[in-house]
Design a protein around this ligand. Structure first.
Ligand code: UDP
Ligand code: MG
Length: 335
């Protein structure tokens, strides 16, 4: 650990009477259909926040193009030409929502960043409340979904179950919070020191500490286009959350092993009992074939889970970069 030099110790970024630079970060993957409307609403929001003196004039919206295959990047370039409060980063290919978001969080300056989805599902009207909380000293402000009746029953059911499973395994998550949040400069700097390849941001950020608060909102319908999170991506994010923060599955295997061993002891006792006290022939087929399948299944499952963790270690050991920036556009503020 480095020695602390009080003169250079990072001051909390809100500790100033000047309005802070608050930038918005939006990962976009094939969002051509919504982006123009998103930019229109964000432009109006930024203008009104600046007029109220809540944020500094240099604040802007940054669109991170996650390797889209449609006209998203061309549209971002147009938006950046049309207005000084729109900027863009283009990743060299699709790296997934978490990496695109991470790229934004790592590369954009400002006193605070607010991350939100590009499809207008995240209610913009709570942004002033988030900024006020920041200016009063909260360095992390989590937007938490209240009503989510616009999401499908399936999505709601699986998401709520998932948050409960994570909590039960000892992972610290903010219930019903996804990636709509404000982060001050100090937590952003802290996040920089986590070099994990598969970052699960909503599990990582509560671990950073710092003063935080919650602002509730109701999730709206996607404005246009369709979800870029099919079941397969949802499952992979969910699994990433479990294996990044908990060794519970590995421990469960040990438990399972112990349980199966107990069953075999019981079976042995039972066989002995039948042999000694009855004259019924031993049902050989059942006692051979059933345990064979049972044990085979459990062993394969266990190997799979161990393999998942091993794969994580393997990937972490390669320390590959999580994204590459191909281009930027717009009038970037000073870092
Ligand atoms: N997204 C991304 N890369 C991907 C998938 C999604 O940057 O590979 C972005 C997407 O453009 C959107 C946000 O992540 O801004 C959330 O995605 P979406 O709205 O499709 O997810 P849902 O709301 O259906 O969970
Ligand atoms: Mg969405």
């Amino acid at each position: 650990m480095e020695l602390i030099d009080p003169a250079r110790f990072p001051r909390a970024s809100w500790a100033s009477d000047q309005p802070p630079v608050v930038n918005l970060v939006l990962p976009c993957y094939n969002e051509e259909a919504v982006l123009r409307e998103t930019a229109r609403r964000l432009g109006a929001l930024l203008a009104s926040l600046k007029a109220q003196g809540l944020i500094a004039p240099a604040s802007a919206a940054y669109y991170v193009d996650d390797g889209s295959r449609d006209g998203t990047w061309a549209l971002i370039e147009t938006l950046a030409r049309e207005s000084s409060d729109a900027c863009g980063i283009k990743l060299s290919r699709n790296r997934g929502h978490q990496n695109a978001l991470l790229c934004g969080l790592m590369s954009i300056g400002g006193d605070a960043l607010i991350s939100l989805d590009a499809d207008l599902q995240d209610d913009l009207s709570i942004i002033p409340a988030m900024i006020r909380a920041f200016r009063e000293g909260d360095e992390l402000v989590y937007a938490v979904r209240g009503r989510r009746d616009t999401d499908s029953f399936f999505k709601r059911f699986t998401a709520e179950g998932y948050y409960k499973v994570l909590a039960a395994m000892g992972v610290e998550v903010v219930f019903n919070h996804a990636d709509y949040r404000l982060m001050g400069r100090r937590p952003l700097e802290a996040l920089r020191s986590y070099a994990e390849t598969h970052l699960f941001l909503r599990g990582m950020i509560p671990q950073l500490g710092f003063r935080s608060s919650i602002v509730p909102f109701d999730r709206a319908e996607r404005f246009a286009g369709e979800s870029k999170y099919p079941l397969s991506k949802m499952l992979s994010l969910a699994w990433r959350g479990v294996t990044s923060f908990s060794a519970a599955p590995l421990r469960a295997i040990t438990g399972l092993g112990a349980f199966v061993s107990l069953i075999s002891v019981a079976l042995g006792l039972w066989a002995l009992f039948i042999r000694l006290f009855t004259d019924v022939a031993l049902p050989g087929w059942a006692s051979t074939v059933i345990p064979m399948y049972l044990l085979g299944g459990i062993q394969l499952l266990s190997l799979g889970v161990i393999g998942e963790y091993l794969a994580k270690v393997y990937e972490a050991s390669k320390q590959r970069p999580r994204f590459h920036v191909e281009a930027i556009t717009g009038q970037w503020g000073q870092p």
